[in-house]
Structures are given as structure tokens and as C-alpha cells.
Design a protein around this ligand. Sequence first.
Ligand code: E4P
Length: 217
Amino acid sequence: MKFFVDTAEIDEIAELHDLGMVDGVTTNPSLILKSGRDILEVTKEICALVPGPVSAEVVALDADAMIEEGRKLAKIADNVTVKLPLTWDGLKACKVLSGEGKMVNVTLCFSANQALLAAKAGATFISPFIGRLDDINIDGMDLIQDIRVIYDNYGFETQILAASIRSVNHILDSARIGADVITAPTKVIKAMAGHPLTDKGLAQFMADWEKTGQKIL
Ligand code: E4P
């Protein structure tokens, strides 16, 4: 399973990248706002740091303007993935940009039918939003499962990029189902390392070590 980090914060990306945890990065207009950075500049910096796919999202709503924005974003670096919303215009833009050989991430996917259309339009990645479905009491993992079955039934190569991840269990369940990629905030990826029994065991070891009076260094 590939790990993308869902942020435009360079320091966070660099820390995880040094550990070999970052296979790619996703951003969106809200994350760009949070970073306080210029989209073109920060995308260029991220692309120089991370060799894998870096999603940068268009903000136009009609297909022709999306295509122009997508072409401009794709010029930033070879590893830019143009992120397009799952609308009819977004699908048109997906068809054109993927036909030009650009990587495309179709985002804001909330149904398996939407995912089916994105695959037929040539999307490199489909981003089903788990957390936002959970927010309205619909199980987001059911969507990941449905898309996995449908893509496998017909051999679609579009990669399932499980997005809007809010908890470590979202990552575990996505891995169990066979999502190709997860994108998660830094704090959720770091939380995967935590376990109360690890903390308890380490505290016991430290207490016993203290009693030995020994030193390693
Ligand atoms: C994915 O590409 C999106 O940027 C992201 O996962 C959205 O997550 P949110 O629902 O927590 O904002």
C-alpha cells in the first residue's frame, strides 16, 4: 500500500519523507489556504522533495478552464498529478488531460457510480472521501469495498486513493480491503506508531533498567 500525506506543510512532508513514509502528496484549496503559501511555489517545492505523485487541484468549474489550469499545474514538474472534482466537467477534463499523458486524480468521490465514470474517463487515481461520508452516518469503508470489487471485476487500472482519512482504523480497514493508496494527515500517520501496551511495556523496562544501575553509553 502506498502512503500519500495530505498536507501542503513542507516541514511535515520532509519529516515523513526522511523516514521513507511518503510515496506521494495530496493538496487541495483548503490545505493551500491553511499553509498560507502560493499554490505554484509550494507545489514546486513539494515536487522537488518527493519524487512520487503530488496532487495539485484546479479551481475552475468548467471543463475548458479546468484543462487550462491543469496544463499549467502539470508544467510545474513531471510528478504533478492534476486533481479534478468529480463533476461532469471534471470528467471531461479528466479524459482530455489523461489523454495527454498527465496523471489525474479525480477527487470528491462519494459513490461507486462516480468512481466507475472516473475510471472510464482515464483517471490515474480516484479519491473516495471516507471521513466525510462517516460524518453523515454513511459507512465510508463500504464505498472503498464497492469500488475495489467493481474495478477488479473489469480490470480498471485506476488506483483507489482512500481519502478524507480521520483515524488509524480508516487506514487499517483500507489496507484490509485493498485500497491502492491512502492519503492521510501527518498526525494520523504518526498515530499508527502508538499503542498503550508499548507505552506500558517501555515504562516497565525503564523502571527495571534504572534498578540495575547499569549504563550502555
Ligand atoms: C484528499 O485528497 C483530500 O485532500 C482530503 O483527504 C480531504 O480530507 P478532509 O475530509 O479531512 O478534509
